[in-house]
Design a protein around this ligand. Structure first.
Ligand SMILES: C[S@@+](CC[C@H](N)C(=O)[O-])C[C@H]1O[C@@H](n2cnc3c(N)ncnc32)[C@H](O)[C@@H]1O
Length: 227
């Protein structure tokens, strides 16, 4: 299993440590500013501030904002379970989640991970990390706004990870939706955008959904395209 290979395991350990050290002050500051509102207050403030998503992406240009190790293993397991060959990721950042997904593609016998990242410096670091993991040949990280870069996907999608700017969760889902094969999985990390949740939870749109108890409070929404 690729995840257990020395160079991949060590790299992920290092990146999770680095992400923790880099992002902890940001999360502590957010909690402090949210004051009595706690986590929910902090999220409400972030939702309000996220409308100017290009500015937000630039402000957080040095942050990983990565999935946790547990969620990363969950992504790997999902991609293996559906024998994913084509995966789309909205919001690549430094490539931590991409390593889990690309490792699953490798163990599925190959495939394509199409990533998207607004910040060029982050895309470059993600490519370097994937290269260090020996997985870059499976990954195409597209720089720029996902609303533009994810227009041409080139085939059926088995798994979509939505983890970018919050106001774009629903627009990105709608962009990719026609490519989702029956039984495709859509996972959204930090799914706090109400229009996204309303859409996926409306049976008319053909998803079966569940909010996951992984990393409680982080808004991990899971859906399978069944209709
Ligand atoms: C939460 S982070 C992604 C973390 C990554 N999935 C991981 O687990 O390692 C969100 C990323 O989405 C990027 N982003 C925000 N808006 C975007 C857009 N419109 N198009 C592409 N990337 C975007 C941000 O720059 C940021 O790096």
């Amino acid at each position: 299993m690729t995840l257990n290979e020395d160079r991949v395991g060590r790299l992920l350990d290092r990146l999770h440590r680095e992400a923790d050290a880099t992002d902890r002050p940001l999360f502590e500051e957010m909690m402090k500013q949210a004051g009595d509102g706690g986590m929910e207050g902090a999220i409400a403030e972030l939702v309000a501030a996220s409308a100017d998503y290009r500015q937000v992406a630039s402000d957080f240009g040095g942050n990983f904002l990565a999935v946790s190790p547990g969620y990363g293993r969950f992504l790997y397991a999902l991609a293996r379970a559906v024998r994913a060959k084509r995966i789309v990721e909205f919001g690549t950042s430094m490539g931590v989640s991409s390593i889990y997904l690309a490792a699953a593609l490798r163990d599925n016998g190959g495939g394509h991970l199409i990533g998207s990242e607004l910040e060029p410096a982050k895309a470059a670091r993600a490519r370097a990390h994937l290269d260090a993991a020996g997985l870059l040949d499976l990954v195409d990280i597209r720089e720029g706004d996902a609303l533009d870069t994810l227009r041409d996907i080139g085939g059926e999608v088995d798994l979509l990870l939505i983890d970018g700017a919050w106001p774009l969760y629903l627009p990105v889902l709608k962009l990719i939706e026609r490519h989702l094969r029956p039984g495709a999985i859509v996972v959204a990390e930090n799914a706090f955008a109400q229009d996204y949740l309303d859409y996926v939870r409306d049976p008319a749109h053909g998803y079966i959904w569940q909010t996951l108890p992984i990393d409680e409070g982080r808004g991990n929404e899971f859906a399978v395209k069944v209709g």
